[in-house]
Ligand binder design. Structure first.
Ligand SMILES: Cc1cc2nc3c(=O)[nH]c(=O)nc-3n(C[C@H](O)[C@H](O)[C@H](O)COP(=O)(O)O)c2cc1C
Length: 431
């Protein structure tokens, strides 16, 4: 199944890797995503098109940003996530799942989900089904933390892996209270890197598998058919490669961290090599039309800054064009620090102009500046994090200009399966 997310329609994509066509966009006669008027962030009338490929176009420009919630006990997604994601699903809307570990070395936080074991893949299925049942488009953010970890999260208490062996200073966690300590990482040997790239590839395949139902032979044909009809044979609609926020891919991209002297370090081209090998592997595995990537060239989280973020962003945008991937998701320069917004003179504009696929911007947006960013062609889509976390019906609230629930930072990462998770109120139905 091909998925198209707000693609500017007439553009040719890719270099022969898993081409898809934007048939619905063309046949629907819609204007390019970046030119269409969006005054509410509400569905703009696009729908599934039938034909050889099922093409989905997100309705509305309000994307759920990936949000770690640390409620996947023992790294296994839990049933309470069904309700959480379903609450935030609108027909045709795009949701990006929380960062999800690709392997047993990928973890750095308690109770974040994974997608490398059979149990985890099985556990994702009802969550993916829940989103699909409401007509949502669901991408899985695949993640490796690299050095933002310590031995307690690692198999056999080993050192976390990274591009470097430089360690991180202890840091206050995103909840503003706890202090995280990090173990000295182990610099990956050059010949180990393909194995890590392969972990991303397998995780991507697992994500696409995560909704697949294998026929159970003892069912009667009638039940079997009903089962298949009720649960379409599809997993996540795609994956978002987490290349942002100081995690493993960013540890290769940024010159403050990457101190390698092999083909993965030094020049911009070399520092981007790991990220692009991951993109290549994932694209080969599941098709470019199911692949997005998130990057934060301007951010400096976890001591991962770059001396020339604009050049880095531009290099990546141009390099990504060669793969024809579905989207590039960039974090605004103003999000220099986690959760804080500092206005800066920098802009994503040149990077957005260079990238030929769908562009998603995130970081500090409200309804007004989000709509402005879309209507001026600054981005195709806007991803909302904290506002969507605390307002499960955010698109509707934007549409009718309803007041918003305030988010409670203190419950972002607690383990409770309900509090701060699925208890943010919806608008009363008579509003
Ligand atoms: C609770 C929380 C968890 C987050 N988890 C992730 C994550 O898993 N992956 C990611 O790329 N960004 C993550 N972020 C960053 C958000 O996706 C988003 O970029 C950030 O909150 C800024 O957008 P906002 O101002 O709309 O909240 C997280 C942010 C918050 C507040």
């Amino acid at each position: 199944m091909a998925v198209v997310v707000g693609r500017r329609p007439m553009r040719t994509v890719g270099t022969g890797v898993a081409h898809h066509h934007a048939g619905a966009t063309r046949s629907g006669g819609r204007r390019p995503a970046s030119r269409r008027k969006s005054d509410s962030g509400r569905p703009t009338g696009a729908a599934r098109s039938s034909g050889e490929n099922h093409v989905l176009i997100p309705q509305g420009r309000v994307v759920l940003a990936p949000l770690t919630r640390q409620r996947s006990y023992g790294n296994v997604p839990q049933p309470h996530a069904i309700l959480y994601y379903q609450e935030r699903t609108t027909k045709g809307g795009l949701l990006i799942a929380e960062a999800t570990g690709i392997s047993d070395t990928a973890q750095g936080y308690k109770d974040t989900p994974g997608i490398w074991t059979k149990e985890q893949v099985e556990a994702w299925k009802p969550i993916v089904d829940g989103v699909h049942a409401k007509g949502g488009i669901f991408f899985c953010q695949i993640w490796h933390v690299g050095r933002v970890s310590n031995n307690t999260f690692q198999p056999n208490g080993q050192a976390p892996i990274s591009s470097t062996n430089k360690s991180l200073k202890p840091a206050v966690r995103a909840n503003g209270i706890d202090v995280a300590t990090f173990s000295t990482p182990r610099r990956l040997e050059t010949d180990e890197i393909p194995f890590v790239v392969n972990d991303y590839r397998v995780a991507a395949r697992n994500a696409i598998e995560a909704g697949k139902r294998h026929p159970i032979t003892f069912l009667t044909p009638d039940i079997l058919i009903r089962n298949i009809l009720n649960y379409p044979n599809t997993g996540f609609d795609g994956v978002e490669i987490h290349g942002a926020h100081g995690y493993l891919i960013d540890q290769f991209l940024k010159d403050q961290v990457n101190d390698r002297s092999d083909k993965y370090g030094g020049s911009l081209e070399n520092r981007c090599r790991f990220a692009l090998e991951v993109v290549q592997a994932v694209t080969d595995e599941i098709g470019a039309d199911k692949v997005g990537i998130r990057l934060s060239p301007f951010a400096s989280y976890s001591e991962a800054a770059d001396s020339n973020p604009e050049a880095l962003g531009l290099y990546m945008a141009n390099a990504l064009n060669k793969f024809g991937i579905l989207y590039c998701h960039m974090v605004e320069p103003r999000m220099v620090k986690l959760g804080e917004k500092f206005e800066t003179p920098h802009s994503l504009r040149p990077i957005r102009d260079a990238f030929k696929g769908t562009f998603i911007a995130a970081g500090g947006y409200n309804k007004e500046d989000g709509n402005k960013a879309v209507s001026t062609g600054y981005t195709d889509l806007v991803a909302y994090g904290r506002l969507f976390l605390s307002n499960p019906d955010l698109p509707e609230r934007f549409e009718i200009d309803a007041p918003l629930n305030k988010y409670n930072r203190e419950t972002f990462y607690i383990s409770d399966p309900v509090i701060g998770y699925t208890d943010y109120p919806f608008l009363p139905s008579d509003v």
